[in-house]
Design a protein around this ligand. Structure first.
Ligand code: GDP
Ligand code: MG
Length: 372
């Protein structure tokens, strides 16, 4: 999956009603979205953009005594709760399915807390089953999408007698079988040209996924372990590292406290929760992202791009003109730059390398681009 720019990267928070999605969204974005004990309260999609905390950028800002600091951004979307039948328009079905289509990462929030006051739509606590329900709805919707496309492909392969259409048809049929086994499209093993066909289908399950298990007191840790194990067995191998366990409500309360209260509260805890940091780390890993830097006294910037991008592609994240007119770039690791005392010393010590368009940008690169 090509993930190039930082500005448009977005995470969609998906799950059953009352799983803790809005609470999580609020604590991450500090937006005041009402979190209420009522299914279907979040009718409009709620979007929050956050600046990504970055200690290297902070150091760069301090080093240059920069007037302005511009961090990378990430967008979070609080998507209304899904229920069984959503793919058929149950609840607010169609509406939120289309919101999911727009995000880069799906973050499932799974309820693992008991509460008499907070109803569970299915009247029991079972995060593994909940994931199955929500994922099934997304897959069902994808099945529908592929069936439609298969119809077209069949017609075209017959009428046009075109070999490419025959191949497309076969690929769609394989995709349908895969989805039919209850597996998300993203986990399909595909060749490069097939990847293109797959991406063109805009399937809901052709997206990177991550999972937040929302736990709270009252649940035995052995029970939580069991759930985690079951969930792990349900997801593909390469997704297994992308599961977080968090007490979303506590973290929500924490985000409401003033600094003094927060310090006091945190001092009582053994593990200091920092959900935002944890979530961001998982998203970065999940999308295989790296951060690079630009700037000077006027302004320092952090930028995000997928690993494996060339420096020319990276310059396109800053501005398309820079990519179009790209000539070369000077590159030095941002921490080394600061350590050695600045550009002139870094150059003298041979730390600055001049690179052509094909250089693969590295995490922590500080770059100066020369362009027409
Ligand atoms: N007891 C308990 N309540 C929670 C927890 N997480 C969220 N809630 C509450 O559950 C209700 C629904 O949460 P909300 O975030 O609106 O769920 P959403 O429907 O998934 O967006 C709210 O009243 C939250 O305060 C939790 O871990 N424990
Ligand atoms: Mg909500």
């Amino acid at each position: 999956m090509a993930v190039t720019r930082s500005h448009s990267l977005s995470v969609g928070i998906v799950g059953l009603p009352n799983a803790g999605k809005s609470t999580l969204f609020n604590s991450i974005t500090k937006n005041s979205v009402p979190a209420q004990n009522f299914p279907f309260t979040t009718i409009d999609k709620n979007v929050g953009v956050i600046g990504i905390p970055d200690s290297r950028l902070d150091k760069l800002e301090a080093f240059f005594k920069a007037t302005k600091k511009v961090p990378s951004a990430m967008t979070f979307v609080d998507i209304a709760g899904l229920v069984k039948g959503a793919s058929q328009g149950e609840g607010l079905g169609n509406q939120f399915l289309s919101h999911i289509r727009e995000v880069d990462v799906i973050m499932f929030v799974l309820r693992a807390f008991n509460s008499e006051n907070i109803v569970h739509v299915y009247d029991r606590v079972d995060p593994a089953d909940d994931l199955e329900i929500v994922l099934s709805e997304l897959i069902l919707r994808d099945v529908e999408t592929v069936e439609k496309k298969l119809g077209e492909a069949k017609k075209n392969s017959k009428n046009l007698n075109d070999k490419n259409w025959v191949l497309t048809q076969q690929f769609y049929e394989r995709t349908l079988r895969w989805l039919g086994e209850g597996k998300p499209a993203i986990d399909m093993d595909v060749k490069d040209d097939e990847r293109e066909w797959l991406n063109e289908l805009w399937l809901l399950t052709n997206k990177r996924m991550m999972y937040v298990l929302n736990v709270r007191e009252g649940i035995e840790s052995s029970q939580v372990e069991q759930w985690v194990e079951k969930l792990q067995s349900m997801i593909a191998n390469d997704s297994k590292n992308y599961m977080l366990t968090a007490d979303v409500k506590m973290i929500g309360e924490l985000s409401e406290m003033n600094v003094q209260e927060k310090i006091e509260y945190l001092s009582m805890l053994e593990d200091k929760p920092n959900l935002m940091e944890e979530v961001l780390k998982v998203v970065y890993d999940r999308l295989n992202l790296l951060t690079f830097y630009t700037g000077s006294e006027k302004e320092v910037n952090a930028w995000t791009i997928a690993r494996g991008a060339t420096i020319k592609e990276a310059s396109g994240v800053i501005h398309t003109d820079l990519a179009n007119g790209f000539i070369t770039a000077d590159v030095v690791n941002v921490e080394k730059l600061i350590e050695i005392g600045g550009w002139v010393s870094a150059k003298e010590k041979g730390l600055v390398k001049n690179n052509g368009r094909d250089y693969l940008i590295q995490d922590g690169d500080y770059i100066i681009i020369y362009a027409n």
